[in-house]
Design a protein around this ligand. Structure first.
Ligand SMILES: CC(C)(COP(=O)(O)OP(=O)(O)OC[C@H]1O[C@@H](n2cnc3c(N)ncnc32)[C@H](O)[C@@H]1OP(=O)(O)O)[C@@H](O)C(=O)NCCC(=O)NCCS
Length: 173
């Protein structure tokens, strides 16, 4: 049974996604507000997939491929990453997303983020989920705001001014 929300389903990133991941990460407009640079060699995308797949086994979670139900279009990656030692935090769940530009502005990142927040709190038992972004990444900050994350502070990450956001586990009604 796939992990799914209303229009999307989610599955592990596979070695065969290398062409899609290369298409995503070789676009400058995708990387305008990202910490990692545009890639120029598909072997870099294969290394990323291998790294994410190692997280599935070593950390129990990692970013997932997002596909459209019915058409099976690969729109990008979304979901949770178990991170550590960023902004003075120990271990934390980071929520993130990276979509092909032709799928922007359709609410897909919001749909996927709401799905994975629910997954974090109700499947993984997380007490808090975090995110960080460039202060200029208006679309990303808007997605996070729509999903209930709050901007807590700014900090420097990889030499870049960044916004730190959090959402706490919802309390029982
Ligand atoms: C960030 C990203 C995932 C958003 O995906 P998306 O599917 O277009 O997001 P949604 O459609 O769910 O929501 C986007 C929201 O941001 C708004 N928005 C778009 N551009 C904006 C901008 N420059 N400033 C402020 N808000 C903006 C949209 O209007 C929408 O809000 P609304 O529903 O209130 O109108 C996509 O732009 C992307 O992949 N960017 C490149 C990778 C990236 O930056 N990832 C995040 C790193 S922190």
């Amino acid at each position: 049974m796939h992990l799914q929300s209303s229009r999307l389903y989610y599955r592990e990133l596979l070695p065969t996604d290398d062409v899609h991941m290369f298409a995503l990460d070789s676009l400058p407009e995708v990387h305008t507000y990202l910490y990692d640079p545009v890639v120029s060699d598909i072997r870099q995308s294969r290394d990323v997939i291998a790294y994410v797949r190692s997280q599935y086994t070593e950390r129990g979670i990692g970013r997932m491929a997002a596909l459209i139900k019915g058409t099976d279009e690969f729109i990008g990656w979304v979901g949770l990453k178990l991170e550590r030692d960023i902004n003075g935090r120990g271990q934390f769940y980071d929520i993130g997303y990276r979509l092909m530009p032709q799928y922007w502005g359709k609410g897909y990142a919001t749909e996927a983020t709401l799905f994975f927040l629910d997954y974090a709190f109700n499947v993984l038992g997380a007490e808090e989920v975090n995110a960080f972004a460039f202060p200029t990444n208006g679309a990303s900050l808007r997605v996070l705001e729509k999903c209930g994350l709050k901007q807590v502070e700014t900090f420097t990450y990889n030499g870049q001014e960044s916004v730190w956001l959090e959402i706490k586990r919802p309390t029982e009604p």
